[in-house]
Design a protein around this ligand. Structure first.
Ligand code: ADP
Ligand code: MN
Ligand code: MN
Ligand code: MN
Length: 332
C-alpha cells in the first residue's frame, strides 16, 4: 500500500524562520525519498517570477502522528541549480561537522518553549487579561494550580520517542505555561536535524489541543523568565580531561559577537543579567554559575572532565548555526 511522507523544511521568515511541511504519497517500499519542490514565493524564499525551490531529504523517521508506515522527512532547501539556498544553514554545518569529525563533538540542547491559548496572546496559566502569581512555584511543579499544558509536553515526548528522536527529558519551567525538553547528546548535524523535527512535532501535537507554541525568547515582558536553548557541548578531549573545557570557554570568550549575532532574534530582551542570564553585552564563564554566559556544571568540575553549557542561545535559535559556530570557534 502507498504511504504518506510529510516533507518538512525551514522557511525564509525574517528574522526568525518558521517551519513548513506538505504531504507526498509514495509507493509501497520506497526508502530512497525523492527530491521535491515548493513555491518559494509563498515562504519568503523566492520571487514570484522565479519561484521554484528544491527540497532535498536529509533525515527521516517514523511519523508518530499518523502511525503505520508513514514517515517524517526533514529536508534542506536548495536552489534549482542544486546549490544551497541562502536560507539553508545546514550545508555549512555539514562542512564544519565533516572537517572536525575527529573531535567527536556532541551536543545536548535544552529547548524551552511557551504554550499559548489559540489566540496567541494569553499564555496557558495566565488569567484572561491579567497575570498569575509571581514565579516560584511553577518550575518542575505538580498540581493543577501550578501546571498548565502537561498533556502537551507528555504527548510530545511520547511522539519523539516513537519517532526515534534522541529526546533526553522534559520539565516544567519557571514561568507558567513554559516547558522544556532536551535532545541529545548527538553530533552537530544529528542533533540539529532532530531538534528541528522535534519542534515540528511540538507544533503539530499542540494543534490537537488548540494550543499555540511560541519559541519567542521573551514571550512575556517584565518579571517573567525568558525562553532559551541552552547548548551543552563536549568534544572527545573535553570528555577525557578538564583543561580542554577551560580552553573551549576561553576560545568562546574571544569570539563573542559572531556567536551573539547568530544565537536567535530578540535575544536582547532575554539576556538582561536577570532571570538566570548574563547580560548580552558581557561574557563570563564559571562553575555552577547560572548567571554566566557559559556554565561548567558542578559535577564536571568534580569529575575533572565532561562538558560545558552555553546558556546564551535563545529558544528560537537555529541549531545548524549554533552548533557550527561552537565547533568552529573551539576546534578551529
Ligand atoms: P540543566 O541542569 O541545565 O537544566 P539538562 O538536564 O536540562 O540540564 O540538560 C543537560 C543536557 O546536557 C542533556 O541534554 C544531556 O544529554 C546533555 N549532555 C550530557 N552530557 C553531555 C556531554 N558530554 N556533551 C554534550 N551534552 C551533554
Ligand atoms: Mn534543563
Ligand atoms: Mn530550562
Ligand atoms: Mn540548562
Amino acid at each position: 500500500m502507498a504511504f504518506k511522507a510529510e516533507y518538512i523544511w525551514i522557511d525564509g521568515t525574517d528574522p526568525s524562520p518558521s517551519m513548513r511541511s506538505k504531504t507526498r504519497v509514495l509507493a509501497d517500499g520506497t526508502t530512497d525519498f525523492p527530491i521535491w519542490g515548493f513555491d518559494g514565493s509563498s515562504t519568503n524564499q523566492a520571487p514570484g517570477e522565479n519561484s521554484d525551490c528544491v527540497l532535498r531529504p536529509v533525515y527521516s523517521c517514523p511519523d508518530p502522528i499518523r502511525g503505520g508506515n508513514d514517515v517524517l522527512v526533514m529536508c534542506e532547501v536548495l536552489l534549482p541549480d542544486m546549490t544551497p539556498h541562502p536560507t539553508n544553514t545546514r550545508a555549512a554545518c555539514a562542512d564544519v561537522a565533516e572537517k572536525f569529525a575527529d573531535e567527536e563533538a556532541w551536543f545536548g540542547i535544552e529547548q524551552e518553549y511557551t504554550l499559548f491559548e489559540a489566540d496567541g496572546q494569553q499564555p496557558l496559566g495566565f488569567p484572561e487579561g491579567g497575570f498569575p502569581g509571581p514565579q516560584g512555584p511553577y518550575y518542575c511543579a505538580v498540581g493543577a494550580n501550578n501546571i498548565f499544558g502537561r498533556e502537551i509536553s507528555e504527548a510530545h515526548a511520547s511522539a519523539c520517542i516513537e519517532a526515534g528522536i534522541g529526546i533526553a527529558g522534559t520539565n516544567a519551567e519557571v514561568m507558567p505555561g513554559q516547558w522544556e525538553f532536551q535532545v541529545g547528546p548527538l553530533g552537530p548535524l544529528e542533533v540539529s536535524d532532530q531538534l528541528w523535527v522535534s519542534r515540528w512535532l511540538l507544533h503539530r501535537v499542540a494543534e490537537e489541543y488548540d494550543v499555540v507554541v511560541s519559541i519567542d525568547p521573551k514571550p512575556v515582558l517584565g518579571d517573567w523568565n525568558g525562553a532559551g536553548c541552552h547548548t551543552n557541548y563536549s568534544t572527545k578531549s573535553m570528555r577525557e580531561s578538564y583543561q580542554p573545557i577551560v580552553d573551549a570557554c576561553e576560545a568562546l570568550g574571544k569570539n563573542i559577537q559572531e556567536h551573539i549575532l547568530n544565537y536567535g532574534a530578540g535575544n536582547e530582551n532575554r539576556l538582561t543579567g536577570a532571570h538566570e542570564t548574563q547580560r548580552i553585552d558581557q561574557f563570563s564563564y564559571g562553575v555552577s554559575d547560572r548567571g554566566a554566559s557559559i556554565r561548567i556544571p558542578w559535577q564536571v568540575e568534580v569529575d575533572q572532565k565532561g562538558y560545558l553549557e552555553d546558556r546564551r542561545p535563545a529558544s528560537n535559535m537555529d541549531p545548524y548555526l549554533v552548533t557550527r559556530l561552537i565547533v568552529q570557534t573551539t576546534c578551529g
